[in-house]
Design a protein around this ligand. Structure first.
Ligand code: NIG
Ligand code: FE
Length: 413
């Protein structure tokens, strides 16, 4: 029978099976299987178990055997649930200015910041944006990221947002990783829009939302709720319209000032992302809601500011995903594993919490329940690391990289 593959023996296989969406996790919660194997059927996991037993029991299926030498730790493919990897240009000069003492908001006010990337993204052709997205997605894939959310938000006009969204759609067919697109037309008010914040969002919802559906460009809507971007009040009718049309909501919330997380809860968003400024009040509200809190350590590292209070959110019973926020401004590094490791040291997160944050908890924010845990029926998306001990992965702070990456049952790296 065709189409079965058996891979093993794997020194230590970490399934993350049975772990909860919400709350703190201990390293003792991490179930590992020694000398394990994965039997793949097509794109999915058929079964997982001890390699020798799987081998014996699957003889009748005549799987293709991929036998491994040496030590390997297997973990689910990583899910990066928040990126801005479709963009033109660079903001290296902003970065230098920030390090020399200017704040992110000061740079934005003086014409740099997000608007600078908008200018450079508008100059790029759709094809150039597609190529940039492909290159960054492939770099992520090599690092074990098999599912990548990608936002628009550097076009900021009807046509330029659609150009970005079409560029991302075109990139999908050229990369092995799954790309999940989000419309972030509500990033900032474009300087050249003749009218205020409400009029701009009304135009986007009128003219862009129907095309998102028609061309299947995106089913997620994001907004940056911040003093320099959009207020919760202004965003409310925009989110209402989005919800009426069946879009999922996600929010750039509490990055510099609070209020975004409350809007996220009000609109039953799938996630509230950033939260560096969240206080105990927001932490408790989030923890008691179904909104996943997404920590973006790359933005804290890029801006030199506080980390998302992930420890407090988990201890209050919340769900914490960890994403890279890879973008040309606040988070240029684009290395999810390194960033998760650093968040772990500063926020005192267990390796289980870190792994959960970059796998099934992140997948949940994208409504992708078929990945992030290595269990029968899920997609065969997994990484092999050249070590015998899962703790080496975060210990090496991103310097231990996968020796193999499997996506949809195929070795892609
Ligand atoms: O998630 N905070 C708003 N948006 C992005 C940054 C975008 C940029 O600086 O280009 C973020 O950090
Ligand atoms: Fe972001």
């Amino acid at each position: 029978m065709a189409n079965y593959t058996l891979i093993g023996p794997i020194t230590q296989l970490v399934t993350l099976a049975g772990l909860p969406l919400k709350g703190a996790l201990k390293d003792e919660d991490l179930v590992t299987i020694a000398d394990a194997g994965i039997l793949i059927h097509g794109t999915k996991i058929h079964s997982i178990g001890v390699y020798n037993e799987l081998k014996e029991n699957s003889v009748s299926l005549a799987p293709q055997i991929v036998s491994l030498e040496g030590s390997h730790v297997c973990v689910p493919g990583f899910v990066d649930s928040h990126t801005h990897i479709c963009f033109g240009g660079s903001r290296a000069n902003d970065y230098a200015m920030r390090n020399a003492g200017k704040t992110y908001l000061e740079i934005a006010k003086s014409g740099g910041g997000i608007w600078d990337t908008v200018t450079q993204t508008r100059k790029a052709t759709q094809e150039e944006l597609t190529q940039g997205t492909i290159a960054r997605a492939n770099r992520h894939l090599k690092a074990g990221v098999t599912t990548i959310e990608v936002k628009s938000g550097y076009g900021l006009s009807v046509e330029e947002e659609l150009k970005m969204l079409r560029a991302i759609k075109a990139a999908k067919t050229h990369v092995s990783a799954d790309l999940v697109t989000t419309c972030l037309a509500a990033h900032i008010l474009p300087k050249d829009f003749e009218g205020g914040h409400a009029a701009y969002l009304a135009e986007i919802s009128e003219k862009v939302f129907p095309i998102l559906k028609e061309e299947q460009l995106a089913n997620r809507i994001d907004a940056f709720i911040e003093e320099e971007a959009f207020s919760g009040e202004i965003v409310a009718p925009y989110f209402e319209k989005a919800k009426e049309l069946g879009f999922d909501i996600t929010v750039h919330a509490d990055q510099f000032s609070t209020s975004g997380s409350e809007v996220a809860i009000q609109f039953e968003a799938v996630s509230a992302d950033h939260l560096e400024a969240s206080t105990d009040k927001e932490i408790n509200l989030l923890a008691n809601s179904d909104v996943v809190s997404t920590a973006l350590p790359g933005a804290s590292i890029g801006l030199g500011c506080a980390f998302t209070p992930a420890r407090k959110i988990l201890d209050a019973g919340g769900a914490v995903a960890i994403a890279s926020d890879w973008n040309p401004g606040s988070a240029p590094m684009g290395d999810l594993l390194t960033q998760a490791a650093i968040l772990g040291t500063f926020q005192k997160l267990s390796n289980t919490e870190l792994l959960a944050g970059i796998t099934y908890r992140a997948a949940h924010t994208l409504k992708l329940e078929d990945r992030g845990q290595l269990i029968a029926g899920n997609l065969a998306d997994f990484n092999l690391f050249p070590t015998h001990n899962v703790n080496e992965i975060f210990y090496q702070q991103g310097k231990l990289t996968p020796s193999q990456v499997w996506k949809n049952g195929k070795k892609v790296f």
